[in-house]
Design a binder for this molecule. Structure first.
Ligand code: IMP
Ligand code: MG
Length: 175
């Protein structure tokens, strides 16, 4: 099936949205240090851009998860592909995720991380598709809510491609 990629959020809009989120985080975490947990691979571009504007002491760790089931329907069963390198007990942890869709992945992950007793645990997402939500998950920080479209770029892939785009595009299939 052939398709094209239409710009949904331009490079400039994206940067402004991410800066706004960083401002909110700077305000809320003033005087603290923050431990970012990036969900790879999709969260990498967002975390690097976001963290450039953070003013407190920042540490980072990475986690890879995958959801069982077909590509289009996330099952709610999440498998850890790569766990964190360091313990999070007593730390102020912020999860940095590319996009929240059904909420299955984040519901599972937040419960798992909460069991490790961080001082605080919050969620920061670049994009959110609220109309697709199946679980009661809400980002504490969000750059952009979007409609129910399949998007690529700035870390997000379609068949592992387009992660390197410096904007967010929507995949539009030809009739
Ligand atoms: P959830 O468990 O349904 O919330 O799934 C979230 C995950 O699905 C995200 O972290 C992405 O990896 C992937 N995903 C959801 N929507 C899109 C999209 O539009 N483009 C690319 N990946 C997506
Ligand atoms: Mg993801």
């Amino acid at each position: 099936m052939s398709y094209k990629i239409e710009t949904l959020i331009s490079k400039e809009e994206l940067r402004a949205g991410i800066q706004r989120v960083a401002d909110e985080i700077n305000r809320d975490y003033e005087g603290k240090s923050i431990h970012l947990i990036c969900i790879i691979k999709g969260g990498v571009f967002f975390m690097t851009e976001l963290s450039k504007y953070l003013k407190m002491d920042v540490t980072m760790d990475f986690m890879a998860v995958s959801s069982y089931g077909s590509d289009t329907v996330s099952s709610g069963i999440v498998k850890i592909i790569k766990d964190l390198d360091e313990p999070i007990e007593g730390r102020d942890v912020l999860i940095v995720e590319d996009i929240i869709d059904t909420g299955n992945t984040m519901e599972y992950l937040m419960e798992l991380l909460r069991d490790r007793k961080p001082a605080s645990l919050k969620l920061c997402a670049m994009l959110d598709k609220p109309s697709r939500r199946l679980k009661d998950i809400k980002a504490d920080y969000l750059a952009f809510p979007i409609e129910d479209k399949f998007v690529v770029g700035f870390g997000l892939d379609y068949d592992q491609k387009y992660r390197n785009l410096d904007y967010i595009g929507a995949i539009v299939f030809d009739e």
